[in-house]
Design a protein around this ligand. Structure first.
Ligand SMILES: *[C@@H]1O[C@H](CO)[C@@H](O)[C@H](O)[C@H]1NC(C)=O
Ligand SMILES: *[C@@H]1O[C@H](CO)[C@@H](O)[C@H](O)[C@H]1NC(C)=O
Ligand SMILES: *[C@@H]1O[C@H](CO)[C@@H](O)[C@H](O)[C@H]1NC(C)=O
Ligand SMILES: *[C@@H]1O[C@H](CO)[C@@H](O)[C@H](O)[C@H]1NC(C)=O
Length: 326
C-alpha cells in the first residue's frame, strides 16, 4: 500500500524511516520487542529488488449479500460484473453478490534496491470485487473503501488514505500476526478502533472435509489480483503469488468456516454478525505497484479483459496439490 516509485516518495519514506529510528533511539519499546511475527520471510524481495514486495498472511472470506443490498452499498456509477463472478462460481446463489472480507497481516515489506524495509502492520475491511470501474463491461476492479489499520503505522495509514480510503486507526489481537489460536482450536483476529466503537472480528475453524467448501481457491486468487481502488482515480496493482513455498505443505491454503462480527464501514452504526462464513487462510507474497491511473489497467491480465489469456478452469482446487498449476 504505502509505496510508489517516484523519487519524492522514496525520499519521504526514507525520511520517515530515519526519523522514526531517531525517535526510537534510547527508548525502550516493549511492544515492539514483544511483537515477533510467526510469518515467513518475503521471497520476492530478491527477485524484484526494484519493486515494493511483501507478504500478506490473510483470512479471506466471502459474505454473500443480495444484489439489491450490493447496489445500495456500492456507488451507483460502478456496474456489477455478475457474469465475471459466475464464470468462477457457477453455483453461487441467484440474485447474490460476493463481498470479500480481507483480514491480513502485512509482513516483511521491502523495497530491496533502496534498502527500505517497512514495519509489519495489520488491516481488515470489506471489499467489493468484480466492479466495472471503467464502464467497459468486462474489466473487474475491486472497491476497498475502508480499512481498520495499525494505528501506529504512519506510513501505511497515510499510504492508504492517499487512495481516498477511509482509514480507522486500530489496535489488534493478536498484535502482530495474521491470527492466533483460541483454546477451542479456532483462529481469532480482531481489529478495534483506538478512538471509536468500530471493530471487525473474525473467528474461524479449519474445515476438515474439504468438499464442504463452496469456494475454489481460484476465486480468492482472482479477487485478490484485481486492481483495487477506493475513492480516487488511482489504483493499487497488487500481484499476489499463490505458487511459492509459502502456499504448499504445512502452509497450504486452509479452507475455513466461521463467523464475522463487525461495526465498520459500510456496516457501521450497529454491530452486525455473519455466521456460516466460508473462506480460506493463505499467505502469499506480493509485488505492489501503487497509485496507478486506473484507466491504464483496462483489460489488464487480472481483470478478465480481452487479451486476458488467463482463462481458468472451474472446480475446487483445494483438493489438488498446490504449486505449479497456478
Ligand atoms: C500465517 O500466520 C499464521 C498465524 O500467525 C502462522 O501460523 C503461519 O505460519 C503464517 N504463514 C506463513 C506462511 O508465514
Ligand atoms: C516493478 O516496478 C516497475 C516500475 O514501477 C513496473 O514497471 C513493473 O511492472 C513492476 N514489476 C512487476 C512485476 O509488477
Ligand atoms: C507464479 O505466479 C506468478 C503470478 O501469478 C507468475 O508470474 C509466475 O510466473 C509463477 N511462477 C511459476 C514458477 O509458476
Ligand atoms: C479472473 O476471472 C475472470 C473470469 O471472471 C477471468 O477472465 C480472469 O482471467 C481471471 N483472472 C485471473 C488473474 O485469474
Amino acid at each position: 500500500m504505502p509505496f510508489q516509485l517516484s523519487p519524492f516518495y522514496i525520499i519521504a519514506v526514507v525520511l520517515l524511516v530515519i526519523s522514526s529510528a531517531i525517535l526510537n533511539q534510547g527508548k525502550t519499546t516493549p511492544e515492539l520487542e514483544l511483537c515477533v511475527s510467526h510469518a515467513q520471510p518475503n521471497p520476492l524481495a530478491e527477485l524484484f529488488p526494484n519493486n515494493a514486495t511483501g507478504v500478506l498472511n490473510a483470512t479471506l472470506a466471502i459474505i454473500p449479500i443480495s444484489l439489491e443490498t450490493a447496489r445500495r452499498l456500492i456507488p451507483p456509477q460502478y456496474g456489477i460484473l455478475e457474469r465475471a463472478y459466475r464464470a468462477l462460481l457457477p453455483d453461487f446463489p441467484e440474485g447474490m453478490y460476493p463481498v470479500m472480507v480481507q483480514a491480513a497481516h502485512d509482513h516483511d515489506i521491502q523495497f530491496r534496491a533502496y534498502g527500505i524495509t517497512i514495519d509489519d502492520f495489520s488491516r481488515v475491511g470489506f471489499e467489493f470485487p468484480f466492479l466495472d470501474l471503467l464502464g467497459d463491461g468486462y474489466s473487474s476492479f475491486r472497491w476497498a473503501p475502508a480499512q481498520l489499520l495499525t494505528a501506529s503505522h504512519d506510513i501505511a495509514v497515510q499510504g492508504s488514505r492517499d487512495y481516498g480510503t477511509i482509514v480507522t486507526p486500530a489496535e489488534w489481537d493478536p498484535p502482530c500476526d495474521a491470527y492466533r489460536a483460541l483454546p477451542n482450536g479456532n483462529t481469532f483476529f480482531k481489529g478495534k478502533s483506538i478512538s471509536s466503537s468500530e471493530f471487525i472480528e473474525v473467528e474461524m475453524s479449519r474445515l476438515k472435509d474439504l468438499s464442504l467448501n463452496p469456494y475454489p481457491l481460484e476465486l480468492f486468487k482472482n479477487i485478490t489480483n484485481q486492481p483495487t481502488f477506493a475513492s480516487s482515480s488511482s489504483c493499487d496493482n497488487m500481484i499476489r503469488w499463490f505458487n511459492t513455498t509459502m502456499s504448499v505443505g504445512e502452509f497450504a491454503p486452509a479452507p475455513v468456516l466461521g463467523r464475522i462480527r463487525a461495526n465498520a464501514f459500510p456496516y457501521e452504526g450497529t454491530e452486525k454478525e455473519w455466521t456460516a462464513v466460508y473462506g480460506v487462510q493463505v499467505a502469499t507474497p506480493f509485488i505492489e505497484n501503487n497509485y496507478l491511473d486506473c484507466r491504464t489497467m483496462q483489460g489488464y491480465v487480472g481483470t478478465g479483459g480481452p487479451g486476458d489469456s488467463n482463462i481458468v478452469e472451474g472446480g475446487n482446487i483445494f483438493n489438488q496439490h498446490m504449486g505449479m498449476e497456478l
